[in-house]
Each structure stands twice: as structure tokens, then as C-alpha cells.
Design a protein around this ligand. Structure first.
Ligand SMILES: Cc1ncc(C[n+]2csc(CCO)c2C)c(N)n1
Length: 227
């Protein structure tokens, strides 16, 4: 690894225009201000719930492809934490808005949601471990960035924001630790890799970052299957 510049620094530098768009998206900004229409938030919660079911399977593939016990333990811990703690947030919000756990689970993914999770699952199942990590990373890292950003921008008004729990969750130390682990794993797994492989990894990283944008957009627009 280059001593001055880590591969994750390069990823962050090149993805900035996409992440800036994510951070400025009306869904994210209105959530931060607490003015997002409930209908949009409910659509997101239901879609994100089934997204997380598939996303968790990537951690399971991570367990399978892990190179050592420590990696295996981290993947399995994150798998457990996503199914229990992160999805508890969704279950709690859903209960608040009158949606049952069964209803959440029975949600049919929209075209965008399906395209996003199928892209990641295809890479996870057919690609290398580092390719899998490159698909996982934008979700974990950019949510942490968004949590920090919304806390900095709107943290003073959280007591009156009905979505405060969302911001507090993604800005929490637990989520920061998960994102930091994946960043350091990315740097560890790319150490000494040739440029063609780094470019392939960056392609997945950029693609899943664009899917993050599409995910905000599809929930803001209340996307459904047209037929
Ligand atoms: C569309 C979408 N993208 C990212 C996340 C955030 N997220 C998913 S799993 C996880 C933990 C990984 O360590 C985090 C932070 C989400 N909920 N929904």
C-alpha cells in the first residue's frame, strides 16, 4: 500500500460528485429537517427492509469467502447486527406508522431496488472477496457520512424531528465502527493489487454509489411497478 495515500482515499476522492448529489437529495435533506412527507418515509422503510434482507446475504457470502477467523467473525457479527439492530429501527418506525413486521417482510421490491440488490448479489456470488466489499462499502460508508452531515446540519432541532431516531442510528458509534471496519478491510484487500483490478473495484464502488442515489430518488418519487 502507498504509505501516503490509501486506496479508500482514492475511492472517496473520485466518488465525491456522486455522494454530494446523495447528500443534497431532497429525500435526505427533508429527512434532516423533519419535513419529509410520511408517505415517502413509509415507502422507504418498506423498501429498505427488503433491501436489507438481500444486503445481509452479502455478509453471509463474506463469511464464506473470508480469509481468516477475524474476517469471518466480523462478517458474521455485521450480518447479525443488521438483521437485529438496524432492522429493529425499521420495525420500530413501522410500528409507529401502523405497519406490521409481516407487512414489511411481504414488501415487493421496486425495479430500482431489485436492480440494486441483484447487481450486488451477482458480484458477491461470482466475484472475488474484494469485489464483494466494494459493493458493500458505499452503503455503509455513505450512510455514516449522511448521519454525520445531518447531525451537523440539523442536530440542534432533533427533539422536534420525527425522524431523529434515523439520524441518531446512522450517526452512532456502532455504525461508524462498521463503516470503519469495511474501509480498513478494503485497504487491506487491495494492498499490492494491479491497476486493472483496482479499476474493476472502483467500478463497483461507483455503480453502487449511483444506486444509492437512485434509491433515494425512487422513494421520493414513490416508485412502483408500472404494470
Ligand atoms: C439503501 C440502503 N443503503 C445503505 C443502508 C445502510 N446500511 C445497510 S447495512 C449497514 C451496516 C453495514 O455495516 C448500513 C449502514 C441502508 N439501510 N439502505
Amino acid at each position: 500500500m502507498n504509505a501516503t495515500k490509501k486506496f479508500s482515499d482514492r475511492l472517496l476522492e473520485n466518488v465525491k460528485p456522486i455522494w454530494d448529489k446523495n447528500h443534497q437529495h431532497p429525500f435526505v435533506q427533508e429527512l434532516g429537517k423533519g419535513i419529509l412527507a410520511e408517505e415517502r418515509f413509509i415507502h422507504y422503510m418498506k423498501q429498505d427492509y427488503v433491501y436489507l434482507l438481500d444486503y445481509s446475504k452479502l455478509f453471509a457470502v463474506g463469511v464464506q469467502k473470508a480469509l481468516d477467523l477475524e474476517m469471518m467473525t466480523n462478517f458474521s457479527k455485521t450480518l447479525h447486527d443488521t438483521l437485529h439492530f438496524e432492522m429493529d429501527l425499521h420495525r420500530a418506525f413501522a410500528a409507529e406508522f401502523g405497519i406490521t413486521k409481516e407487512e414489511l417482510e411481504a414488501t415487493k421490491p421496486t425495479p430500482t431496488n431489485l436492480a440494486y440488490t441483484r447487481y450486488m448479489l451477482n458480484v458477491a456470488q461470482n466475484g472475488s472477496l474484494v469485489e464483494l466489499v466494494s459493493c458493500l462499502l458505499p452503503c455503509a460508508w455513505d450512510y455514516w457520512e449522511i448521519g454525520k452531515l445531518l447531525r451537523a446540519q440539523y442536530g440542534d432541532n432533533l427533539s422536534t424531528n420525527k425522524y431523529a431516531k434515523w439520524i441518531e442510528t446512522y450517526d452512532s458509534d456502532e455504525f461508524a465502527a462498521g463503516a470503519k471496519w469495511l474501509i480498513q478491510l478494503m485497504d487491506q484487500l487491495t494492498d499490492g493489487k494491479p491497476e486493472w483490478e483496482l479499476a474493476q473495484i472502483e467500478e463497483h464502488f461507483q455503480m453502487t454509489s449511483k444506486f444509492e442515489y437512485l434509491f433515494w430518488e425512487m422513494n421520493y418519487q414513490l416508485e412502483e411497478w408500472p404494470i
